[in-house]
Design a binder for this molecule. Structure first.
Ligand SMILES: Nc1nc(=O)c2c([nH]1)NC[C@@H]1CN(c3ccc(C(=O)N[C@@H](CCC(=O)O)C(=O)O)cc3)C=[N+]21
Length: 295
């Protein structure tokens, strides 16, 4: 058997088309242009490349965007002051501060400084809290993208065994919460594995849906996957550069071998990554509507 490839790139393309229509309507009927502000501190090339993709995605959809690249030596107080300015800027519907931040800046302080109404990343404790108790909120983009991938590929989560490897605040924990939620009928039975889990493979082999968000190239091998399972690969590990200096990416899943066992699998690149970006656009549109009382 060889797995069906779930193309995040294709599904993200369809969501982009839906958003384009919605954005054009907002402009025509209400004179509203959604706006996204991105802040990046320091010069990490991977972070710069993600932020560039976000800015490009905004331009393609008709979302106003402001990027603030700041030097790595930026003071925490200056970053907080910029967030505050953007909180008050009526052109800006959503604010994204790229993480990780340099060591001298307290990430949690910066994330709580973002107004929850503009928290399109869904990292503010208020957004996280609302998500956990199933209230309407901004869902963080990678977990929301995974949910859309499953929904739009016809993969049933209700009653399914979902096993997540990785317990980060930006992927593992939120995706677990979203998929176990009764709201929208997600209703999965969720297990989270991490570095202290005894016998990770014993858990992953039970998964109907296996989500790999570890940050280690090819961590999930074929023997860890139940035949026919759906495998979602959240990893974006840089394993080298081409002769032209382009990054070579590899997921957390040993794709070539796992695809012979799995029923469906997401590739890297072209899987979860493009979904993350399009869900950020969706959250920005949602923030603009909320700010203007349009539902
Ligand atoms: N505040 C904040 N919000 C984030 O959402 C956030 C962040 N910080 N920090 C870093 C992670 C990582 N992340 C990715 C986004 C897109 C791709 C993506 O589009 N990947 C392409 C390949 C891109 C390439 O070729 O470099 C793909 O998988 O097809 C990957 C990773 C968002 N993150």
């Amino acid at each position: 058997m060889t797995a069906r490839i779930i193309s995040g790139a294709a599904i993200a393309g369809r969501i982009r088309e839906e958003l384009k229509t919605e954005i054009a309507e907002l402009k025509e009927r209400h004179g509203i242009v959604p706006g996204l502000a991105t802040i990046i501190v320091g010069e990490d090339p991977a972070s710069q490349s993600y932020v560039n993709s976000k800015v490009k995605a905004c331009q393609a959809l008709g979302i106003f965007s402001l990027n603030h690249p700041l030097p790595g030596s930026t003071l925490e107080s200056d970053l907080l002051a910029l967030v505050d300015t953007l909180n008050c800027d009526h052109r800006i519907s959503g604010i994204l501060v790229q993480v990780p931040l340099p060591e001298h800046i307290d990430e949690s302080k910066v994330l709580v400084a973002i107004s929850p109404e503009k928290d399109v990343d869904g990292f503010h404790p208020v957004s996280v809290g609302r998500m956990v108790i199933g209230q309407p909120t901004f869902l963080s983009c990678t977990p929301a993208g995974i949910q859309q991938l499953l929904l739009r590929s016809g993969i049933k989560t209700s009653g399914s065994e979902v096993v997540i490897v990785g317990r980060s605040n930006i992927v593992g924990k939120p995706v677990a919460n979203i998929l176990m939620q009764k709201a929208q009928g997600a209703n999965a039975t969720v297990t989270i594995c991490h570095s202290a889990t005894r016998d990770i493979a014993a858990h992953t082999r039970r998964a109907d849906i296996l989500i790999a968000a570890i940050g280690q190239p090819r961590f999930i091998t074929a023997d860890m996957v139940k035949p026919g399972a759906t495998v979602i690969d959240v990893g974006t590990n840089e394993i080298g550069k081409t002769a032209e200096g382009k990054r070579i990416l590899c997921g957390d899943v040993d794709f070539d071998n796992v695809k012979a066992v799995a029923g469906a699998i997401t590739p890297v690149p072209g899987g979860v990554g493009p979904m993350t970006i399009v869900m950020l656009m969706a959250n920005t549109v949602k923030a603009a509507k909320l700010a203007h009382g349009i539902s």
